[in-house]
Design a binder for this molecule. Structure first.
Ligand code: FAD
Length: 516
């Protein structure tokens, strides 16, 4: 072979120009790697989904006439790391060229760039390609997302809508407004629970992969599924998108922020569950957006608020957090603006807590490697923010547990959006909430051990005193923020005694955090 081309586990884009023609002189490499299973403790479904998707992709390329070498853990284990493996294969196949697609993670980007530097010095021809996946060209990130600067998602999103002419009419936003976020904040009423569609789940046999994970002693979290429900091929990703457009999109926006524990489909609701397929590039954001808009145009049951809400997530948020990540790395990974230092409580790994909302979000994450955005942001994320858990600890958890967790998207969401560790590069204020928010958006509080209405009783919802404690601790700067200043009026109006007992309640909860 002349050329060795590396395909990483999140680069399974069958439409990439690499594959436009089969070439006998190019060898593609896809490898299960210890370095990738070990940089954080992953959910077992996440590891099996990646390996299954990679294997399918290798087979797909072979069928198309490409030369592919797929290395399982059994074959790759002898190499210390990815560069070691690549150097060895270049020698073995007497290649003179090494090519790779730009990694989306800083860690891998650094590793491959350093390897390419060394290889170039020793006479190899090295080339980096774009992944041909995102809508915003990588070359524009530096200008659009200057390091350390707050960039408003809404401004970026509007530019993207105009640029790609999506949901636009005569250069104006369709429906007369850019954003229908206000229509996306409904609670699910008891009589609406029966309408939640049963999610489309696949049954991918990953038993051989599970055996490999076990025999290589890969540490994992969560519950294994020998019949994996996640999509692992482009056609399964497409089927999931079809299902979403047909059964979920008409109510996506309405119930985007809702939570319930009283449906067999509480874990999936009206969400697309496309994030894994998107992040490993089995499906492109452009195709997802276009097909969803097409469904909206053909189906009068889908209104503008629903489709706009969905397009905003992918064209807006997803592209935006990638910009924030690359515009701010590597410094972003060190941010801890609120100087949070507490350890993550043990119940994050077991779901064993008396807080009904936390129990539901954590248990479902362990069961499915999935939680929807509001569970991540306003349940587990909010808890970690209020309790002052160290960002590194929180990130290890998010990066490990979710099927879709890849650092470029996990980190800005966790450090920035959930924890405000980036000091406002993403959010204009911390997303801090008391139990009242959970009660407004869910049915968790109804039968919870804790009472959402009180702050300082033995069985008071922990979020209530923790919320005021958080505001009190951060008052020097939050009281100055025009978006949070108002909240301090209620705190100031509380009696001195009320304030003292709230703070002492919070401190005693924090001292016994593992027992909550
Ligand atoms: P849907 O609700 O159906 O939304 C559609 C798509 O929009 C998603 O598939 C996703 O691609 C995109 N999207 C929506 N919100 C965001 C967002 N805030 N950032 C980026 N893309 C978004 N998403 C990840 O893909 N990987 C992560 O590791 C990840 N970690 C997160 C950690 C925290 C603390 C928070 C608050 C959010 C995180 N998110 C992450 C964003 C979001 O929660 C998930 O993308 C979403 O829940 C995936 O489920 P879904 O496909 O059903 O999404």
């Amino acid at each position: 072979f002349k050329t060795l081309r590396l395909i990483l586990g999140d680069q399974l884009n069958a439409e990439h120009s690499w594959y436009s023609r089969a070439d006998e002189t190019t060898l593609y490499l896809i490898a299960e790697l210890h370095q990738e299973t070990g940089y954080v403790t992953h959910h077992i479904q996440k590891v099996s989904a990646f390996f299954a998707a990679m294997e399918h992709f290798a087979n797909h390329l072979k069928l198309k006439g490409h030369q592919v070498t797929y290395l399982s853990l059994d074959q790759s284990a002898q190499f210390a790391d990815l560069p070691n493996l690549i150097v060895s294969l270049l020698k073995q196949h007497q290649c003179t060229h090494f090519e790779f697609q730009r990694p989306d993670e800083y860690r891998l980007y650094e590793q491959l760039h350093s390897l390419a530097g060394t290889l170039s010095q020793t006479g190899f021809y090295c080339r980096e390609w774009d992944t041909e996946h995102f809508l915003l060209p990588f070359s524009e990130i530096e200008a659009d997302f200057p390091a350390g600067k707050h960039i408003l998602m809404e401004h970026f999103y509007r530019r993207m809508r105009k640029r790609f002419n999506l949901l636009m009419e005569d250069n104006q936003p369709l429906g007369g407004k850019w954003n229908f976020d206000q229509s996306n904040r409904n609670k699910l009423k008891a009589n609406e629970l029966k309408d939640i569609p049963a999610p489309l789940c696949f049954a991918n046999d990953v038993s051989a992969i599970l055996s490999r994970i076990e025999s290589h002693h890969i540490a994992t979290i969560g519950h294994a599924q020998p019949q994996l429900l996640w999509p692992v091929t482009a056609s399964q990703a497409k089927a999931l998108l079809d299902f979403f457009c047909r059964h979920c999109l008409a109510r996506f926006g309405y119930f985007q922020d809702a939570m319930t524990e009283n449906s067999p489909h509480s874990w999936s609701l009206y969400h697309s569950r496309l994030s894994f397929a998107l992040n490993c590039k089995l499906i492109s954001p452009k195709d997802v957006i276009e097909q969803a808009i097409n469904a909206y145009e053909l189906n009068s049951a889908i209104n503008i608020a629903q489709i706009e809400g969905f397009v905003r997530q992918i064209l807006g948020w997803r592209e935006y957090v990638r910009g924030i990540y690359w515009g701010n790395m590597p410094n972003y990974s060190q941010t801890n603006a609120l100087k949070a230092t507490r350890r993550l409580p043990d119940f994050f790994w077991t779901g064993k807590t008396k807080m009904a909302c936390m129990k539901a979000a954590i248990t479902q994450s362990l069961d499915y490697a999935y939680a929807h955005h509001i569970q991540r942001l306003m349940v587990t994320g909010n808890f970690c923010l209020l309790a002052g858990i160290a960002p590194d600890e929180v990130e290890q958890w998010y990066l490990g547990i979710y099927i879709d967790a890849i650092e470029w998207v996990e980190m800005p969401n966790t450090r920035g959006m959930a924890l405000f560790a980036d000091n406002g590069i993403i959010a204009t204020k911390p997303y801090a909430a008391s139990g009242n928010y959970i009660n407004k958006m869910s049915d968790h509080c109804k039968h919870c051990f804790y009472d959402v209405k009180t702050k300082t009783e033995a069985n008071s919802c922990p979020l209530n005193s923790l919320y005021w404690n958080f505001l009190h601790k951060n008052d020097t700067w939050l009281a100055k923020n025009p978006r949070t200043r108002m909240i301090y009026r209620s705190w100031d109006n509380m009696s001195e005694e009320g304030r003292t007992s709230t703070l002492s309640k919070a401190n005693s909860l924090l001292a016994n955090i593992n027992t909550l």
